[in-house]
Design a protein around this ligand. Structure first.
Ligand code: M6R
Length: 632
């Protein structure tokens, strides 16, 4: 698993500054070292640093101090410009945040990498699977790599093949690189251009006025331009300050097709919140409102393809594939599709599905859920499904992402960009979209009375406002509870039916950002093993949102209490019996139990958030985690 951020800039602004700021906006993707290379006069300068971007800023500052001293010396020696005037207007460079895969976290392994002759510089995101073979090949040519990374192998290979024409060199050399990656390169001898290519990893071009950007995510350059273009896999992008050209496999040049990114630059700022995660938790009402509002039109659109009446009528099975939080959204979607539409549903983590030789046919609808639209396992699962003739519908938050290109139909959640690594508003938006799909399938298959469909749709429409109100009411008491329990060593989460995805997601949130071990179980399973973990020091969080199984859950809570463990509960309003067994209860508004998933998750997200803050942790960029996992 890995994730890096890459950025390139060519234009008129101070490139080192633009790159540095761009990397800061890519920070959310997770990283453990970072670096920049840029032209200063005729020379390429490079800084790299282990740790956070503050270390890179310091390294940049030191470098600048040294180069101003060198310039002053050259002036004293009678060369007033230091030889740099002719090229002062050149502003070009590349930057990288590295999430280590090949080689330890060291400055030497940090990008950018350069070939042995100092001619070709690159930053790379992804993995080159045959790097050992290429490394051996270079060794036979007498070229030793300076680092342990697969990226340097690419730099060395490009340097070896370099003809003086970087675009041509990349075009002729890229067939040697196996794997999923995106790279941006520049050459010391061609100080006016960047060359980039992607092969299964994200890369987006930002088109400006007399300047161009390229990066792993739009977020990196959104304050400068919203005009974007996404190169196809294998297309070579050549960026000059006044022009962008794409070269196809035949070497034919064509202009990129440019679209406008809908995300507002100000929406990716923190708006006064202390962290992105907190801001995004507060944006969940809006995310649900916007998603529900846009869903019908999108579903009507998909009715021309994957969600046509004929296909829905012929549906034998739905398989949901996803990873992490998106998988938990899929579990809630399964319950809705089965309860409301009576269609059998399987939910599988994409990394298992892709290797388990699944049974698929054209009457199986595969629903892939991925907020980023770039998760490698989910993309592979989608490819596998299509290869077996199953239509694929993707639910994603990312316009232009790979998943949107690989699917037969796309539904966009309307959560806006999510910067916190821990998914929050994208989760509720995914669940809301899945429920809208389930209602459509139920309607077409006539499995729910129309009054019921109408009531559920109305309830869904009002959920955004209820989420807003809930946050306002529970934030403070939940924060107090989280602070009180911040020293606990382990938390067990329990839920039944619709409470289970909530328990699983709540447990994932807490472990991701607070690093406190958690486990989550279907409550009925507790006595089959996890009960052994209980002690007076174990807080157990129970999600009580299903009236049918409430007596069962109360019995489970009694078992927990009998072991003197502390019981915390999230319950639907009116379930007052819960008070008898729980030390603390947070009530959420009562509606349909499926819809309560969107409410019950909120206190658990806030609990995870405040507990991590009480432990002084960086919630937006938790250790070892990446926002988008573009390799297996
Ligand atoms: O972009 P995706 O939805 O495909 O990402 C899937 C998981 O990597 C993601 O949900 C991950 O579990 C998050 N860290 C959850 O907070």
């Amino acid at each position: 698993m890995a994730m890096c951020g890459i950025i390139g800039y060519v234009g008129w602004r101070r490139s080192a500054q633009v790159l540095m700021e761009g990397l800061e906006r890519l920070e959310y993707r997770g990283y453990d070292s970072a670096g920049l290379a840029w032209f200063e006069g005729d020379r390429v300068q490079r800084v790299r640093a282990v740790g956070n971007l503050a270390s890179l800023r310091t390294a940049l500052h030191d470098k600048r101090r040294l180069s101003s001293a060198a310039l002053a010396e050259r002036r004293l020696a009678g060369n007033p410009t230091g030889g740099a005037t002719a090229t002062l207007e050149r502003q070009l460079g590349i930057g990288h945040t590295r999430w280590a895969t090949h080689g330890a976290v060291t400055e030497r392994n940090a990008h950018p990498h350069v070939d042995a002759r100092g001619r070709v510089w690159i930053v790379l995101n992804g993995i080159i699977e045959n790097h050992l073979e290429l490394r051996a090949r270079l060794a036979r040519r007498g070229i030793a790599c300076d680092s342990e990374t697969d990226a340097e192998v690419v730099a060395q290979m490009l340097g070896l093949m370099y003809t003086g024409d970087l675009a041509q060199t990349v075009a002729e050399t890229m067939h040697l690189f196996q794997g999923q990656y995106a790279l941006v390169a520049m050459a010391s001898e061609e100080p006016d251009l960047l060359v980039a290519v992607r092969q299964g990893a994200p890369l987006t071009i930002g088109i400006g006025q007399g300047e161009q950007f390229i990066a792993s995510s739009i977020a990196a350059f959104l304050p400068h331009t919203r005009e974007v273009a996404v190169p196809q896999d294998g297309e070579i992008a050549v960026l000059r300050a006044d022009e962008v050209v794409l070269l196809d496999a035949a070497g034919e040049a064509h202009p990129p097709s440019v679209t406008s990114a809908g995300w507002d630059p100000e929406r990716i700022e923190k708006d006064g919140y202390e962290t992105f995660m907190l801001k995004e938790i507060h944006e969940q009402g809006a995310a649900v409102r916007a998603t529900v509002q846009s869903a019908m039109a999108q579903i009507q659109d998909a009715a021309r393809t994957v969600l046509s009446t004929q296909r829905i009528a012929a549906l034998e099975r739905v398989i949901v594939v996803a990873c992490g939080t998106s998988y938990h959204a899929g579990l809630a979607g399964k319950l809705a599709l089965e309860r409301w539409a009576r269609v059998p549903v399987e939910v599988d983590v994409a990394s298992e599905f892709r290797y388990r030789d699944p049974i698929l046919n054209q009457n199986t609808l595969v629903v892939a859920i991925t907020q980023s639209g770039e998760t490698a396992d989910t993309l592979a699962a989608m490819r596998l499904a299509r290869a077996h003739g199953a239509p694929v519908l993707v639910i994603t938050n990312a316009p232009g992402s790979q998943a949107t290109r690989d699917a037969d139909g796309v539904l966009f959640t309307q959560a806006g960009i999510e910067m916190g690594v821990a998914a929050t508003k994208t989760f509720v938006a995914q669940v809301a979209m899945l429920y809208m799909v389930a209602l459509q399938v139920a309607t077409v298959r006539r499995r729910l009375p129309s009054e019921m469909v109408g009531w559920l749709a109305e309830e869904l429409q009002s959920l955004g406002d209820r989420i807003d109100e809930l946050i306002a009411t529970v934030d403070e008491p939940v924060a107090t509870l989280a602070r009180d329990l911040a020293g606990s060593q382990f938390f067990l989460y329990l839920g039944r039916l619709t409470g289970l995805p909530v328990a699983l997601e709540g447990a994932l949130k807490l472990k991701e950002i607070s690093y406190v071990p958690t486990d989550a179980y279907a409550a009925g399973e507790m006595k089959h093993g996890p009960i052994a973990l209980l002690s007076p020091q174990t807080p157990v969080i129970c999600v009580a949102t299903e009236v049918n199984v409430l007596p069962k859950l109360l019995a489970n809570m009694a078992e927990v209490k009998a072991r003197h463990a502390q019981v915390l509960a999230v319950a639907a309003e009116g379930f007052t019996e819960v008070n008898e067994y729980a030390d603390h209860v947070v009530y959420v508004p009562r509606t349909d139990p499926l819809l309560e998933v969107l409410l019950a998750i909120v206190p658990l997200q806030l609990f995870a958030y405040h507990l991590a803050r009480a432990r002084s942790l960086s919630v937006d960029q938790p250790r070892n985690l990446a926002k988008t996992v573009t390799v297996e």
